[in-house]
Design a protein around this ligand. Structure first.
Ligand code: FAD
Length: 500
């Protein structure tokens, strides 16, 4: 049970104390709660979540058609079998997470409607003080925790990113960001322009195209897509053989991960052949007369940005049926009636949807201080993309972009539980990562190599993110296949870890 303490700094606020405080009840935070209860039973912990329920991404995004763009055998937790089609709707993912919470009695640890605004580390007390506001009553609440597990994702949930374009204020129709989709939005019979070329645009267009007068997907540059049947043959065969679901989950995960490793290697070693295959898949859906070169041929190598699945080719079906079309051009200005493009072409619109991405949110928009000094994460160096030099007792979950996010959330959870167990054995109250003497002259580089992976939200926010070094310990590698083998073998008594 948590103990209660009164902090001298603000005598009026009582603080509840927990061994671990998890920020966020998305797929990472709920997974963290599960692993803590299984791997370190008896640890007191709380999960604080701004929203009114669990799910994170899958609760926030409510636009028509919202679904995963990677398969749920690997996006699902390793401990909870996924038993349906690989690409899942948000509702299915929420139901799955709800089962994890119910089956493991995690609900009693989660406090919804708690927005954390600040976290202060005190070396004197060896603990964090976390201030939050209750979103229902506006009441200020305070917690203390020995360890912070940051599962707040990577983007701001309150609003999406919409660039400023000339003439937006003249437009007579509605401009909507998919992250704040109005429940009552009536798009039946309307002309809709969806700006963007990523997974959100590709999901939204087929989901609304049948009802609209017409949907135009307006993109500055094309993206790679993999059209594929929303089924997994191996899983279906194993089910016919009445294999246990937990076995199916593990076997299908291994098969998918194996295939992805092969695909990733080929994308680097023979990008031209892989590009040809990807474009061939699109061409097979759109027919020989469609201008695939103009609208579906990106200028970058495959895999530099996440490649989204188009389940059952639904986007391409809408295009073939004439309900949707793609325009590859740039916006000159909004007009009263729609959008004028740089080519001089005009797109009429009643509704413009800006599927233009996210605001990067570094550590939950929380003000951090360490012993009274404001913490700027850009001044720190990351330890394997999860800890930061000079920041004690804190781990951040930043998942994979190329593989499913949750694969890394599970690995980080194993690491946190092992680290907490190790601290207990050593009777240490504090752990910080620090550069070793041999790391002192190491070149410090941006968080992620833009030549390797460069989505807009990361490029816009790179200056806010920690630095990386040029050795594996100080890198955020995005390499599941290495990390799954290396992390369990991390020597927690290596000089990188400084205990106190
Ligand atoms: C539309 C969409 C589709 C995606 N599809 C996939 C996919 O198919 N596969 C894949 O691997 N990845 C996908 N992603 C990436 C996705 O965000 C992650 O995979 C994953 O859901 C992130 O989970 P999370 O729990 O780490 O963070 P989130 O889902 O972002 O949840 C974080 C939670 O923390 C809470 N929080 C943040 N700050 C605070 C604070 N200060 N106080 C209290 N609470 C706070 C938020 O309210 C939120 O509920 C998708 C992303 C989007 C937007």
């Amino acid at each position: 049970m948590p103990d209660t303490a009164t902090l001298p700094a603000a005598a009026s606020l009582k603080a509840e104390h927990f061994d671990v405080l998890i920020v966020g009840a998305g797929i990472s935070g709920v997974g963290g709660a599960y692993h803590l209860t299984k791997q370190l039973p008896g640890t007191s912990f709380v999960v604080l979540e701004t929203q009114e329920s669990f799910g994170g991404t899958w609760l926030t995004h409510r636009y028509p058609g919202i679904r995963s763009d990677s398969d749920l055998y690997t996006f699902g937790y390793r401990f909870k079998p996924w038993t349906s089609a690989p690409i899942a709707t948000a509702a299915e993912i929420l139901a799955y997470m709800g089962e994890v919470i119910d089956e493991n009695d995690l609900g009693r640890h989660i406090r919804y409607g708690h927005r954390i605004s600040s976290a202060r580390w005190s070396s004197e007390e060896n603990r964090w003080t976390i201030d939050a506001t209750r979103t229902d009553t506006g009441q200020a609440v305070r917690f203390t925790a020995s360890f912070l597990w940051m599962c707040q994702g990577y983007y701001r949930h309150s609003e999406g990113y919409t660039p400023e374009w000339a003439g937006m204020e003249d437009f007579k129709g509605r401009i909507i960001h998919p992250q704040s989709w109005p429940e009552d939005l009536d798009y039946a019979g309307k002309k809709v322009v969806v700006i963007g070329s990523g997974a959100t645009a590709a999901t939204l267009v087929p989901a609304i195209a049948d009802k609209c007068d017409h949907v135009t997907l307006l993109q500055r540059s094309p993206t790679y897509f993999i059209p594929a049947r929303n089924a997994n043959d191996l899983a279906d065969t194993l089910r016919q053989l009445q294999i246990d679901e937990s076995w199916i989950h593990e076997i299908v995960r291994r098969k998918i991960l194996h295939d992805q490793a092969v695909f990733t290697r080929r994308a680097f070693e023979e990008p031209d052949i892989v590009t040809k295959e990807l474009l061939g898949g699109v061409r097979a859906h759109l027919g020989p007369d469609y201008d695939v070169a103009a609208h579906f041929t990106p200028s970058y190598r495959p895999w530099r940005q996440r490649i989204a699945y188009v389940p059952d080719g639904d986007l391409f079906k809408s295009i073939r049926a004439g309900h949707a079309s793609v325009v590859t051009d740039e916006i000159e200005t909004f007009t009263e009636a729609g959008i004028r493009l740089k080519s001089g072409k005009e797109l009429e619109a009643d509704i413009v949807v800006t599927a233009t991405g996210f605001h990067l949110n570094v550590l939950g928009d929380i003000d951090f201080t360490i012993d009274g000094r404001p913490l700027d994460f850009a001044d720190t160096v990351t330890y394997r993309g999860m800890m930061f030099t000079g920041v004690p007792n804190m781990v951040w979950v930043f998942g994979y972009f190329r593989a499913s996010w949750t694969l890394r959330a599970d690995l980080v959870a194993d690491f946190v539980c092992r680290l907490l167990g190790h601290m207990k054995d050593k009777q240490a109250k504090k752990v910080t990562v620090a550069l070793r003497p041999e790391d002192k002259d190491m070149p410090l580089l941006p968080w992620i190599d833009p030549a390797n992976f460069n989505p807009g939200y990361l490029m816009r926010g790179m200056h806010l993110l920690p630095k990386r070094g040029d050795k594996p310990e100080w890198q955020h590698t995005q390499d599941y296949w290495n990390e799954k083998d290396q992390w369990p073998a991390i020597d927690l008594d290596d000089r990188t870890f400084v205990y106190g």
